[in-house]
Design a protein around this ligand. Structure first.
Ligand SMILES: O=C(O)CCC(=O)C(=O)O
Ligand SMILES: [Fe+2]
Length: 283
């Protein structure tokens, strides 16, 4: 039977490796089951979906994201007071961004997020783009002998690498919140190559922000391999870059991508709202 939901929105790729623009959907109204399923298929296929003109209240963004699974409440970043599942990234000269590093979100937990929905609330007149990279394209871009070398390896992902104490000890309350979060987040081990639970595609699963070392290698071996992989993952061929407008919403598959928030908009301010859907344990 044809999927009638497919006719209700359009999906237009914006780069060969990753990213597609979605048109014809109003995300402020509840999605039908078939629309949600079709969107999830488009997301797995394109890894990042760009929606334009989607002015969502925090509750509407929460409800939209919750169609895809259980939401994560971030232990450190500020949230919308009445909607704790919506994290607020309010950056500028008053609060410099710490997302100008390649990363996959929250890989320091056993079940890192599967899907993230980010909404642009206040966008600088120029700058503040976000770049995503496909970890599947990056894996496919490796030679067969290197894939075989990486296949059995596992890596440590460490909360304190992304959230170092020095950045979170400015006042007693911030420091106490950091200590509680650190105690709840011992380092976790994930495979260096993961298999996407829906598509079965293989993807690199290390990132500069959380991955501290490859297990079982010497310090120098681990550092050299990670440095090569971080450099490889960010090659322009594997990436897509988005110039935000207010009320754009970007949905990304956090199981197969990483991203980098370009920090080039000083002295302007930039505000984003994020909803984060938990995923499965990587294998
Ligand atoms: O602000 C951005 O463009 C991305 C920030 C980020 O890393 C995130 O929301 O996970
Ligand atoms: Fe992020």
């Amino acid at each position: 039977m044809p999927d009638i939901a497919l006719s209700t929105f359009t999906v237009t790729p914006v780069s060969p490796a990753i990213g597609a623009r979605v048109g014809g959907l109003d995300l402020s109204r509840p999605l039908s089951d078939s629309e949600a399923a079709a969107l999830e298929r488009a997301l797995v296929a394109h890894q990042v979906l760009f929606f334009e003109n989607q002015p969502l209240t925090p509750k509407a963004q929460r409800d939209f994201a919750a169609r895809f699974g259980q939401l994560h409440v971030h232990p450190i970043y500020p949230k919308v007071p009445e909607q704790p599942e919506i994290m607020v990234l309010d950056t500028g000269p008053h609060n410099p961004s710490d997302n100008d590093v390649w990363h996959t979100d929250v890989t320091c937990i056993e079940t890192p997020p599967a899907i993230v929905a980010l909404s642009g609330k206040l966008i600088p007149p120029i700058g503040g783009d976000t770049v995503w990279a496909s970890n599947i394209a990056a894996y496919n871009g490796l030679s067969e002998p290197i894939r075989r070398l990486l296949e059995p390896l596992k890596a440590l992902h460490d909360f304190t690498r992304s959230f170092p104490e020095w950045r979170h000890n400015g006042d007693p309350e911030t420091h106490a919140r950091w200590k509680t979060a650190r105690d709840k987040h011992p380092a976790v081990v994930h495979p260096v190559i993961r298999t996407h639970p829906v598509s079965g595609a293989k993807a690199l699963f290390v990132n500069e922000n959380f991955t501290s070392r490859i297990v079982g290698l010497s310090d120098r071996e681990s550092a050299a391999i990670l440095e090569f992989l971080y450099d490889h993952i960010s090659r322009p061929e594997f990436t897509v870059r988005w110039r935000w407008k207010e009320d754009d919403l970007v949905l990304w598959d956090n199981r197969s991508t990483q991203h980098y928030a370009v920090n080039d908009y000083s002295p302007h301010r930039r505000i984003m709202h994020r909803a984060t859907v938990l995923g499965d344990r990587p294998y």
